[in-house]
Write a protein that binds this ligand. Structure first.
Ligand SMILES: Cc1cc2nc3c(=O)[nH]c(=O)nc-3n(C[C@H](O)[C@H](O)[C@H](O)COP(=O)(O)O)c2cc1C
Length: 219
C-alpha cells in the first residue's frame, strides 16, 4: 500500500512538515509494510488548473483526468492512485497556501463531473487535513478560518471521503525570534506553547496517520 503526505508549506523542517512526518510514522505503526512518502509541493514547478476543460470533453480521451502535461502530472497520477493521503497547509492570509490551492485544483477538478448523469470513476482514498496557523483557536473561529476549512473539506468529502482534520494554532514561526522583527508576538509565550502543546499536536498527527492506515486497511 502507498500513502502520501502533501506538504503545502515552503518550509521542509518546520511545523507543517514535522506534523506530516509524524502522521506518516502513524501510518507505518499500523502498516509496517506500507510505503510512505512526503511530497513537498514547493519543490515542484507547477501551476493550478489552466481551465482547458479536457477533463470534461464529451467522449474525450482524457475525461475525468488532468491532461496538463507538466512536471506535476506523473506525481499527480501517483497521488490519485494512493491508498491514503494526508494534506498539510499553513494558513497564509486567511487561506491555504498558493501551492496547496494549485494542488487541490489539479487533484479535485477532473473528478468533479459537470453532469447529473455522468460520473467519474476514481479511487476514493481516506483523507486527512492538517492546518497550521499563527492565530489562536478562538481567533481562528472569529476570523472565519473554520468555515473556509469546512468548505475545502466538503468538496473533498463529496469527491473522495470525509477528511479527518487537525488544527494547530500559535505555531513557533522562527528558530530564533531575536533575528526577526516580531515584537507583536510574545516569544516566551510562543516557546512555552511550542514546548508544551506542539508535542500533543504531534501525537494527534500520529493518531491521524494511524486512522488513515486503519481506514485504508478496511477498504
Ligand atoms: C505569507 C504568510 C502569511 C501568513 N498568514 C497567516 C494568516 O493569515 N493567519 C495565520 O494565522 N497565520 C498566518 N501565517 C503564519 C503561518 O500560517 C504559520 O506560521 C504556520 O505555522 C507556518 O507553517 P510552517 O511552519 O509549516 O511553514 C502566515 C505566514 C506567512 C509566511
Amino acid at each position: 500500500m502507498k500513502f502520501f503526505a502533501i506538504n503545502g508549506s515552503p518550509r521542509k523542517v518546520f511545523n507543517t512538515a514535522q506534523l506530516l512526518d509524524k502522521s506518516l510514522e502513524g501510518i507505518k505503526s499500523v502498516l509496517p509494510e506500507a510505503e510512505v512518502e512526503r511530497i513537498d509541493l514547493y519543490d515542484i514547478p507547477f501551476n493550478g488548473c489552466k481551465s482547458c476543460f479536457a477533463c470534461k470533453k464529451v467522449n474525450g480521451r482524457h475525461y475525468g483526468r488532468c491532461v496538463y502535461n507538466d512536471d506535476f502530472k506523473p506525481i499527480l497520477n501517483k497521488i490519485t492512485q494512493s491508498d491514503g493521503l494526508i494534506l498539510g497547509s499553513p494558513v497564509y492570509f486567511g487561506d491555504l497556501t498558493g501551492n496547496m490551492r494549485c494542488f487541490l485544483e489539479r487533484f479535485m477538478f477532473p473528478f468533479l463531473a459537470y453532469s447529473t448523469t455522468e460520473t467519474v470513476d476514481h479511487k476514493r482514498m481516506p483523507l486527512a487535513f492538517i492546518y497550521t496557523m499563527n492565530v489562536s483557536d478562538e481567533a481562528s473561529f472569529d476570523l472565519g478560518y473554520h468555515d473556509l476549512f469546512d468548505k475545502y473539506e466538503s468538496v473533498l468529502e463529496r469527491l473522495f471521503t470525509k477528511p479527518e482534520h487537525l488544527y494547530v494554532h500559535e505555531t513557533y514561526q522562527f528558530s530564533d525570534y531575536d533575528r526577526y522583527v516580531s515584537d507583536i508576538f510574545d516569544e516566551k509565550e510562543r516557546r512555552i506553547i511550542h514546548e508544551t502543546r506542539f508535542p500533543i499536536d504531534l501525537e494527534s498527527a500520529f493518531k491521524i496517520g494511524q486512522n488513515i492506515a486503519k481506514r485504508a486497511k478496511k477498504d
